[in-house]
Write a protein that binds this ligand. Structure first.
Ligand code: ADP
Ligand code: MG
Length: 242
C-alpha cells in the first residue's frame, strides 16, 4: 500500500531524511518511534505529499508521488492524517467539520455527508456532541472527532503523528481505543507514537528512526522481545521510554 524507496529529503543544507526505505502492506499497522528531531513527522508527511522528497520515491496504492503527472490533491484526499493538535475548524460545528471535505472534495451531497458524519460520530462515541463547536469538547473528544473526520473520506490508509501526545493523561486511552478498533478492523496505519502499549497491542511492525534514518524496521515481537539484537541507539531510546 505504501512503498518508501530510498527517500531522502533536505531542508536547505540540512538533510532531514536519509535513504529511508520501507514497505507497508495493506492492513498493516506500523508504529514509528524515535527521539525528538529524528524525522518521524517529516517522514509521515512525505507519505501524504505534504512534504516533497528530493531523492528516491514514495508509491501509495500504486501511485508515485514524485511523478509530475500525479494529482497530489486527489492522493491526499485518500490518505487520512491525524496530527498532534486536532486542527478542527474552530468556527464550525462538529457535524459540519465532518461533512465539509466530503462535500467540497468528494462532491457528496449535504445529506450524504451529514449521514456519514453521524455514523462516524457514533462510532467514536460522540453522537451527543454533533451540534457543539470544537472548543466545547475536551482534547480527547476533539481528537476522536479528528479521526472520524479523516475516516469520513473513506481513506485507503491512515497516518497518525503523535495523536495523543498533546492530551492530558486521562484522555489518552479514549483516543488509543479508537485507534485499536481501527487497527483491528484492518485499516492500514502508520502511527508515530511513543505509546508502546498501543504498539504491543496492535502493531505489525515497529520502525525506529534516528537522525533521519530508519535504524530498525522489524516485527513487534522482534522489537520488544529480542532486545539484545537492537541497535545501541534503539536500546538507549527504549530504556528511556519503557
Ligand atoms: P520528529 O517528528 O522526529 O521530532 P521532525 O520530522 O519534526 O522530527 O524534524 C526532523 C528535523 O528536521 C529536526 O531537526 C527539525 O528541526 C527539522 N525540521 C523540521 N521541519 C523543518 C522545516 N520546515 N525547516 C527546517 N527544518 C525542519
Ligand atoms: Mg514529530
Amino acid at each position: 500500500m505504501i512503498e518508501i524507496k530510498n527517500a531522502s529529503k533536505w531542508y536547505g543544507e540540512f538533510q532531514v531524511l536519509t535513504n529511508c526505505t520501507t514497505n507497508i502492506q495493506k492492513g498493516e499497522v506500523v508504529v514509528v518511534c524515535g527521539p525528538s528531531g529524528s524525522g518521524k513527522s517529516t517522514l509521515i508527511k512525505t507519505v501524504n505529499a505534504l512534504e516533497p522528497i528530493q531523492k528516491g520515491d514514495i508509491v501509495v496504492d500504486g501511485v508515485s508521488l514524485t511523478d509530475p503527472k500525479t494529482n497530489l490533491n486527489k492522493l491526499r484526499s485518500r490518505v487520512g492524517m491525524v496530527f498532534q493538535h486536532f486542527e478542527l475548524f474552530p468556527h464550525m460545528s462538529i457535524e459540519k467539520n465532518l461533512a465539509i471535505a466530503q462535500m467540497k472534495v468528494l462532491g457528496r451531497s449535504k445529506d450524504e455527508a451529514y449521514t456519514k458524519g453521524k455514523k462516524l460520530l457514533e462510532r467514536v462515541g460522540l453522537s451527543a456532541h454533533a451540534h457543539k463547536f470544537p472548543g466545547q469538547l475536551s482534547g480527547g473528544q476533539q481528537q476522536r472527532v479528528a479521526i472520524a473526520r479523516a475516516l469520513a473520506m473513506d481513506p485507503i490508509a491512515m497516518l497518525f503523528d503523535e495523536p495523543t501526545s498533546a492530551l492530558d493523561p486521562e484522555m489518552v486511552n479514549e483516543v488509543l481505543d479508537v485507534m485499536v478498533q481501527l487497527a483491528n478492523e484492518g485499516m492500514t496505519m502508520m502511527c508515530v507514537t511513543h505509546e508502546m502499549g498501543f504498539a504491543r497491542k496492535v502493531a505489525s511492525r515497529v520502525i525506529f528512526m534516528d537522525k533521519g534514518e530508519i535504524v530498525e524496521d522489524c516485527s513487534k515481537d522482534e522489537f520488544f522481545s529480542n532486545t539484545e539484537n537492537r541497535s545501541d541507539r534503539a536500546k538507549q531510546f527504549l530504556s528511556k521510554i519503557l
